[in-house]
Design a protein around this ligand. Sequence first.
Ligand code: AOF
Ligand code: ZN
Length: 369
Amino acid sequence: MSGDRAHMRAALQVAARGLGNTWPNPSVGCVLVKDGIVIGRGWTQPGGRPHAEVEALTRAEALSPGSARGATAYVTLEPCSHFGRTPPCCDALIRAGVARVVVALRDPDRRVDGRGFARLRDAGIAVEEGLMGEEAAALNAGFIRRVTQGLPLVTLKLASTLDGRIATASGESRWITGEGARRAVHALRARHDAVMVGSGTAVADDPELDCRIPGMDPVPMLRVVADARLRLPLTARLVTQARAQPTWVLTGAGHRPAVLAPYITAGVEVVTIRRASGGGLQPRAMLQALGARGVTRVMVEGGAHLAAALLKAGLVDRLVWFHAPAMLGAEGLESLGGLGIGPLSAMPRFRLLDSRRLGADIMSEYAKD
Ligand code: AOF
Ligand code: ZN
């Protein structure tokens, strides 16, 4: 119907607002339209509920009770049909008397997966599926990955000189890229559920991995440290601030309870991960542990060892690389550890999505080829 696409685009736009803070749920958008006029908009709320449809209905009803009767709902994901942490959105749409529901994408969650459509149709509602489905799939790539494969979507972020160095030989790294790049990193963090670093980076930089965007309240980030040998000092900010912003430490089995206890007392969640043959943590097992705990989108910010391990295992979906117009030469610390590549054909390849200038630096975004 005329206008359908524009309304679905608007639903996708409001859905995007929730990215990074609705996990373990997807970020869904809903726009209610009656006689060509938008009467309510809603998106999944922080923590994953209330769901988008209920938000939109609540707003429409608050402005004008009964107004949703006969309206069309544009939803980016199939309305849920299950009693989860909230009652089914299908029932709310039926109760409100919505006449038509246009959906971008089927919900792959086994509790829904077509049952939402059936429930709406059984109630006599006209249901259409697939409008802007590709866009909706891209928006919820993290949720879909978690539900279908048990893994989060992985974005690897690196910031280096033109020759790929991230610090001087003595470890000095502040700052290679400029203020614009740092702001972009915080904006990227906001769209991810978790930020992850290796223990080398956590020890060397003592980072906070927080998310501060001018004009906005700080967004609490889940911070994850891959630390097979438990090298993270108890004095690290990731440990001392674990009560204000959660920190999970992924480590290997075999640490004595007395060694683990102070981390747990500080509020850190310690997660045991299978080791790879070299003694490090198995990359896929780390991501499975995150997926099992509901994480849908993780941004990995180094260091060289963790970045290489994930690339080697083919587990990096998106790459964001900031380049400063400078070089450090062979003595500088490399951004990536060994990838163990034999023939050139084994090289991980990415597709350039976008490249832009941020002050003096360049930010390039890539997707796995
Ligand atoms: C919707 N609208 O805005 C979202 C949906 O645990 P619950 O009850 O919150 O249910 C979580 C599931 O609901 C989640 O796995 C996904 O299938 C769906 N998310 N559904 O109709 C929404 N966020
Ligand atoms: Zn729902």
